[in-house]
Each structure stands twice: as C-alpha cells, then as structure tokens.
Design a protein around this ligand. Structure first.
Ligand code: SF4
Length: 922
C-alpha cells in the first residue's frame, strides 16, 4: 500500500475513494500489510467511497437534529422523475418517457454537482431544456411539499451548515484516487477546512516520477480485432499467473458493458477450462478473475423464471415463454416431471399455435390421463397460482405486492426442488435485496395495480446490475473509471482506438449546450474530453510496473487506428495465440476405443431385446417417409424411425407450407367426396362448381380454425379460403380436360408389408379408368420431376411405392402439381396394350407413355419399370430392417434440410477428412 495512505490510516484519517472498488482494494491491501507485519489484531481502517461517506455523514447529522427531510434513495428519485415526466404535457412527444426521465435525472444531478442555476436568463432554451426546466420546478415543489431531499442535493444541503456536523463526522479526511472533484465537492471540502478539518489528497504514484522511473515499462500494441485482443489478454494473464500466482493484474476495458459476455466466455476458456465440465453452480468460485460490471439481475435464469411465473396473469401466454417455463429447473416438480414437461412442450409446439390459453391448457392436462399422472405437480401449481392470483387486491402498496409476488412464486415452488448452490444462491440473495428496494417505493408510489407493480419490479431487475462475488482474486477486470487510484503489478488497457479515446463529446440533451461548455461539464466538448482522456491515460500509465495499451485494427469490417494519445509509448509486438479446440484436445487426450456404430441391431433383434410382444411383422413409424429417409441417408432413417429423434417444432406466425399443403389436400378430398366422376364434373354448371368448391374450402378452414384459434384469425383465414378457392378452380379446370375417370380412393389408409416391416400409409387418390385400370395420383404443392423416382436411392419414393403395393392393374402414376399458374400432371402412362407406337389413351393431359418418355431407353416395358422400383424399395426396406445406420448422405445438399446434424455429428466426421462425396455428380 502507498506509504502516504498507510500513514494517514495510522493517523486516524478517514480514507475516501471515488469508487467502491478502490475502497475494497485499499482495505485488502491494508489487511495484507498487517498480516505481513505478523500482526494478529489491528484496528479496522476507516475507508469508504464518497457516496458512502456522504450517507454516513447524513445519518450522523440526522441523528443529532430534531427535524430533517426524508432522504430519498435512487429508486424513489427515479420513480418521482418518471411520474413527473409521464404526467407532463411534454410526454406526448417522447418515444420512451422512462429513458427520457432517466436522462433528465442525470441532468438534474449535473446541475447539483456543478451548482448551476436552472437556468440563467441569458441562456437560450431549446424545447428539451424548456421541458427540463418545467420538470425541475415540479420536482422541487413535490420535494418541498413532502419534505424530501434527494441524494443529488445532499452535498448542497450539508454545505449549508458545515459547522453543525463537521466536528463529529469529518475531522480528518484523506481523498485517494480522484481524477477530478466536482464544484460541490470542492466547496464542501473547502468549507470543512474552514471549520478546522484536516483534508489531504493522495494521488498515489506521481506520473512524472513514474515515467522517469526506469522500472516502469509502458508500451502500446495493435491486435487484429477485439476478439483477438481479448484472447491475447487472457493468454497474457494466464502466462503471468503461471509464473507467479500472486501477481496482481489489472485489465481495463472501456466498453466493458458491451463486451461482458465475450470476455467471460474467452477468459473462462483460457483461464478456467475445467469449468467447462462443472455444472454445480460453483463456476464463479474457481475463476482467478473478477469482472467488475455484472449483468442485469433480470438476465439471470433463476430471476427470468421468477418473472415468467409472475407474468402468468394474462389469459394467454406465448408458446415460447410457456416452453421456457416448462423446461425451467427453477419450478417445483421440475426434476421429477422433467421428461413429461419436455414432452408437453414438444406436443404444444407440434400444434403450431403461437399463444396458449392457460385455463384451456390446465383443463386439458387435468382431463388427460397421461398428463394428469405425469404432470400432476404442474397442474397443482397452475391451480394454486390462479387461486392466489384471484385472491389479490386490485390496488396495493409495494410492500403488500412483495407478499403477493412471493405467494405466487411459492405456488410454483420457485426456485425449484433442487438445492440452490453457489452462484444461484447469491443471485437469489440479490433478488431479496432488490425486493427491499422495491418496498422503499411505498414512500413515493402509493398503491399500484398488479401490472404497474410488476413492471416496476422488472425495471428494477433490468437496472440492477449484479455480479456473483468471487472473493479475492489476482485478476481485476474493470471499466476506465473504476481503475481510478488502483495499483497493480501488471496492467493492460484494451480497446483504445481513435473513435473511443478520447471519448466523443456527448452533452446532456436537457441542458443548454452553451451552459455545459461554459461550465466545462463532463462530456460537453471535445476539448474537455481530450483533456480528461489525457489525464486518465497518464494515470493508467503509472498504475503498474508494466503497462500495455492495445488497439484493435478493425471491427465489423471497419478499419480502426490507435488513439493519438498513445503515440508517446513504445510499440510492442504481441504473440498470436491459437484458438482452443476442445474437440481436438479431448480427442488427443483420450484412449480411443474403436466402435462401429454404422450397424444397429436388426429390427427383429431390437424387438426381442425390448421384449416387445413378437408380431409376425415389425411395425415402423413414419409411413413412406421411411423410404425417403433411408434413400437420403441411412442414419437419418434409423434416428427418425427407430429412435424417434426429431427436433422441436418452432411455430411461426401464419400458416406453414405444410399447413397450406394439408388444407389443399383436405379441400380436394372433400370435393371428390361430393363429385366422384369426370362426367359429374363436366356436368356441373359454373355456379354449382363454385358452390361445391366454396363449401369445401369453408369446411376445411373451419376445421383448421377450431384447432388454431390464434393463428387462424378471421381476416387471415378469409384470405386463405379465397386462395384455396382460386387454386381449386384452376386445378379442376385441368381435371375437366381429362378423359372419363372415377375417383375410387381419397386419402385412403393402407397397411402393407415389405421385408418383414409393416408400414401404414395413405394414398392421396386412386382413379379408375373405363378399361378398369388404375391411375395413382400424389398431390404436390412444390415442383416435381419424374427423375426423382428413377434412382436406386430415389428422392421421392412414395409414388413408386404406391404403385407396387396397390392391387389391380395400374396404367398411370402421376404427380398432381398444384401450384398457382403451374398446374399440371407429371408422370408416366403405360403404353396402351404394350404397343409403343400408340398414343396416350389415359387422357391425362401432357403425360407421356413410357416409350415416349425420356426414360424409355432404360426400361423395356412397364413391368420392367415396376420391377426396378420393387427391387430398389425392397433393398431400402431390407437395409433399414437389418439396422443399416451409416452416416451416408446421398447428395452434397442432403444435409441442408436435415435437423439431425448435431446427433449424427456429420461435421465432426467431415473435419480433417475429405469433403463428402457428391454422389450427384458422380
Ligand atoms: S445431417 Fe446429413 S448425415 Fe446427418 S442424419 Fe441428416 S442427412 Fe444424415
């Protein structure tokens, strides 16, 4: 510790610092000194930040007085300002009244610290300054009426009668680490001196001395970008700690708030890689570094869960929020009902509704045998929560709302059934402290309704930044201002590029700019910022034996240059550190055991092992998509159809392409239920046709609406119904061009057996022609090609499959491409009577016979084509049955639309090996 400070403590001085951090560091240094001096007991030094010293002085002063004003805390002051701004006539023009109130409060603080009149008559006021003047008037009137005093005015109040309190609270003061004192602070200190108090200023190391001292090494370096800069610092700190675990390291980051999570991630990777494997809530305890700036309390998962519970007062809840709640570990029953709740989340997503009615959900869970058994505690929580909520008063004080909020959280068993440890425990303690601050709003806010009380609590949680405490650690990461007065063995100051250092002028919008420049207020002018930046740079350059300043050379594609303030320091090149590749590290550090995971148990063996009652054939889920998946990639088919793997659905606004396709299918099914032959279609008048189409479209829309009340709004569904009607007219005009047919199957279910597999499927449509032969039709809303059938691993195996399972003579297999402006049949027709020279007699427009099609050279006969399909599909079924689970995507783009990449680990497999074979190009 600096000798002057140590001596001052010994002489009974109160040490006052600009920041809490410096106060804590001095306390710690003092303790270390005492321990080094072999002392067992010592008097606690009186060290505290300026704000703390002011509050203590006020408490002492107030205790001696008969009557004093009520001192408002920060939350109370902000509330009053928010109300004044929101109630004023100027609020209408404000986009964010709360943010404006916060800026106005900053302006108010500045005027108190700089002892400014609001405003001198010769100062021109713009609209903002005029509004501020009016708010100040209301604020002062309100404070006077209620006998309130705010912290911004505290120095001014105490200055009025220094002799009253000076002797008891401030006889000897030593100010350490202040880069500058505000006018009100200067006035107060002068007044104290005048009444006999002893005041001294200790600046720590004198810069001029420090620079001339040969032991101080100050250098400056450049790094590619901010991410590399953070990495370089983390490695630098690691090397220093490896050499000497007790060295004190300071890291100063001007944009600490925006880089917070990057710093945490990279520092954890480099300094505490073992934390990657801990999940016990103790991660912060192992860190050798302390990040000064925390995250907003509202961003911590346990607090987020609390707000999600309190937010259940609306009738509906967005699916995303409900899902987060169902997966949250901070609810009662979260552990015991974990799997069932996750299943419920997945099921609700499948329904595709973006909002859920809570009461309907609760009733549905209660009625369903499975959910009532497996989500019993969740149901109880929902019931209890509603009971508590319904018993609440409309208007209550903040203190009363705290009780209500706790009761609502208890209804859900927050913060969960597992023991809260380490970080989580501290976070919940911080939440409790925040509730105390919320309670203090009673003084200024009176009674509030539920929504207002909750939004105030949320505001507090967003503004309350909090950092899990780490204890004493060698590495301190802090913002520019927090480094005031601190001393380290090693210091790195990053991010000092010309755009940020000196800081650009940022005058407060509510104070006249002329006044701000005239009085030299902080951030008022470029000159002041330059002078301030110079002072801080000099101070930082003298804060350690080794000091490194660094600058990123680019950011988001923008070139950056070092701050001109760093020109005086010697350039230094720093080592590049490679990325940490955990996959590679784990790989090389382990004993690799070879395991062939390309071969799964056969379907029969798996059934025997799971003691599934042995059936003659094994039922597999997924219908014909099994063949499509097996053809695309065996692992995909294995994962989806045997393991049941699928990603969670993500409902979006509006109808998905799948919903649209489904509606079209249903509409066609309905129509061909009314009209079953080509002749009937021809005979329909335009009016009758329109009536039938409209009835079918209305029916399917109604069905959809009943299942999707949020997605299917009346206006939206009217548009959708209109779209369906137009599509139907367009399609049926094509059907009218065909030769006679009769629709004999519509969306008919079939169960067929192939290679010991029992597969359930649904054929879109089968038509019968006058000669008794059948036409198989598969509707598609996308573009289709028959080439998708003609491969050993076909892209679209459904129609070939239907063709080989359907009994009877099939004379045509066609896609019905239902796309606006591109309606057509695409497929193949048998050569009539096997005669290759005859024209297509099936009467399906534009569909060629086999011998006239492009594939005629590959197939001698219609039966030859069917045999080819039979052979390929049987092989796919056999491979699937035999447990073929190779990660073998057929084409280079097969994985693009597959969501199993993290499961099959295709990227890891591809790493270091050659690119996937592009079978398509072979
Ligand atoms: S991501 Fe590719 S390799 Fe993995 S399962 Fe899907 S298709 Fe197969």
């Amino acid at each position: 510790m600096n000798t002057e400070i140590r001596q001052s403590i010994g002489q009974g001085f109160t040490i006052v610092t600009p920041t809490r951090r410096l106060g804590r560091a001095l306390q710690q240094q003092y303790i270390s000194d005492q321990l080094s001096a072999q002392k067992q007991v010592w008097e606690t030094p009186d060290i505290l930040p300026w704000a703390g010293w002011m509050l203590r002085t006020w408490d002492d002063f107030a205790a001696q007085q008969k009557e004093v004003p009520i001192l408002l805390n920060t939350q109370q002051q902000q509330w009053v300002w928010q109300q004044i701004v929101a109630d004023s006539s100027f609020a209408e023009g404000l986009l964010q009244p709360a943010a404006a109130a916060s800026k106005a409060y900053d302006a108010w603080e500045l005027t108190r610290q700089w002892q400014l009149e609001i405003f001198p008559e010769d100062i021109w006021l713009n609209k903002d300054a005029f509004a501020f003047q009016s708010w100040v008037k209301t604020y002062q009137q309100r404070c006077e009426k209620n006998n309130w005093l705010d912290t911004a005015s505290l120095e001014g109040y105490l200055l009025q009668d220094v002799s009253q309190w000076a002797t008891q609270s401030a006889t000897k003061l030593c100010l350490v680490g202040f880069d500058e004192l505000t006018p009100i602070q200067q006035s107060l200190l002068q007044a104290l001196e005048q009444v006999g108090c002893e005041i001294k200023h200790c600046q720590g190391i004198n810069h001029q001395q420090a620079v001339s001292d040969q032991n101080i090494d100050v250098s400056c370096t450049t790094v590619a970008d901010t991410r590399h800069e953070i990495k370089a610092i983390a490695h630098w700190a690691r090397d220093l700690l490896t050499a000497d675990a007790n060295t004190s390291i300071g890291i100063v980051i001007p944009e600490l708030d925006t880089l917070h999570s990057d710093i945490e991630n990279i520092f954890d990777d480099v300094l505490t890689p073992s934390n990657l494997f801990t999940n016990d809530g103790q991660a912060h305890n192992n860190r050798p570094y302390n990040l000064s700036l925390g995250q907003p309390l509202a961003d911590y998962p346990v607090i987020d869960a609390a707000f999600a519970i309190l937010g259940l007062e609306s009738k509906t809840i967005p699916l995303e929020d409900l899902g987060a709640l169902l997966r949250s570990p901070f609810l009662g029953g979260a552990e015991t009902e974990m799997i069932a709740r996750a299943q419920l989340d997945a099921e609700l997503r499948e329904q595709g509704e973006p909002e859920i009615f809570l009461t309907i959900l609760q009733q549905r869970l209660e009625k369903d045998e499975f959910w009532s058994e497996h989500c019993a505690q969740l149901i109880k929580s929902l019931i209890k929560w509603r009971e508590v909520f319904q018993s609440l008063h409309n208007q209550q004080s903040c203190t009363e709302w705290i009780e209500s909020f706790i009761a609502l959280l208890n209804a859900f068993g927050w913060p969960g059934e597992r023991q809260c440890q380490g970080d989580e425990f501290q976070t919940i303690e911080a939440w409790r402290k925040m509730l105390d601050q919320f309670a203090s709003l009673d003084l200024v806010a009176g009674n509030l309704n539920y929504r207002s009380a909750l939004s105030q609590l949320q505001r507090l949680a967003r503004e309350h930044t909090y950092q899990v405490e780490t204890g004493e650690v060698p590495v301190q990461v802090m913002g520019l201002l927090e480094a005031a007065g601190m001393q380290f063995d090693q210091l790195w100051v990053m991010g000092l590029h010309e755009e940020i250092w000196p800081l650009p002028a940022r005058a407060n919008p509510f104070l006249p700019i002329k006044l701000q420049r005239q009085e030299k207020l902080p951030h008022a002018s470029a000159e002041r910022e330059l002078e301030y930046a110079r002072r801080i740079t000099d101070r930082l350059a003298a804060s350690a034996k080794t000091v490194i300043f660094s600058t990123p050379l680019s950011e988001a594609g923008r070139e950056l240059r070092p701050s001109p303030l760093l020109k005086q320091y010697a350039r230094k090149k720093i080592e590049n550190h490679s990325e940490i590749n955990y996959a590679a590290s784990i790989f090389v550090s382990s004993n690799i055991e070879e395991l062939n995971d390309e071969q799964a148990p056969t379907v029969e063996d798996a059934e025997t092992q799971t003691q599934t009652p042995k059936a003659e054939d094994a039922h597999v889920s997924g219908g014909t998509s099994l063949f499509k998946d097996q053809a695309a990639c065996p692992f995909r088919a294995f994962a989806k159809h045997r393991l049941g793997a699928k990603s969670l659905a993500e409902p979006d606004i509006g109808l998905s392409p799948m919903d649209r396709g489904q509606l079209m299918h249903e509409c066609l099914q309905c129509f061909w239920g009314k009209i079953s032959t080509h002749q009937e279609l021809i005979d329909l008048t335009e009016g009758a046709l329109a009536l039938d189409i409209n009835q079918c479209a209305a029916k399917v829309i109604k069905r959809f609406q009943s299942q999707h009340p949020f997605t299917a709004t009346a206006r939206f569904m009217l548009i959708e119904q209109n779209r369906l009607q137009i599509m139907m007219h367009e399609w049926l005009s094509l059907e009218r061009q065909r030769q006679p047919f009769e629709v004999i199957e519509r969306e008919q279910e079939h169960i067929f057996k192939i290679e010991g597999l029992r597969i359930q499927t649904r054929l879109d449509r089968v038509d019968k022609l006058p000669d008794g032969s059948l036409v198989i039709i598969d509707y598609k809303t996308g573009k289709v090609k028959i080439a998708s059938w003609m491969d050993e691993r076909p892209d679209e195996p459904q129609l070939p499959l239907y063709a080989i399972i359907e009994e009877g003579h099939i004379s045509a297999v066609v896609f019905g491409q239902i796309r606006r402006g591109e309606m057509k049949f695409v497929g193949l027709v048998e050569d009539p009577g096997g005669d290759k020279d005859k024209e297509n007699k099936s009467g399906i427009p534009e569909v060629k016979t086999l011998s006239k099609s492009r594939i005629s050279k590959d197939f001698e006969s219609w039966q030859g084509l069917f045999d080819f399909w039979d052979q390929n599909l049987t092989k796919l079924a056999k491979n699937f049955r035999d447990g073929d689970a190779r990660v073998d995507p057929y084409k280079s783009n097969t994985c693009d639309y597959c969501d199993l990449g993290s499961f099959c680990r295709i990227n890891e497999l591809a790493q270091g090996s050659e690119n996937l074979t592009d079978n398509e190009n072979e």
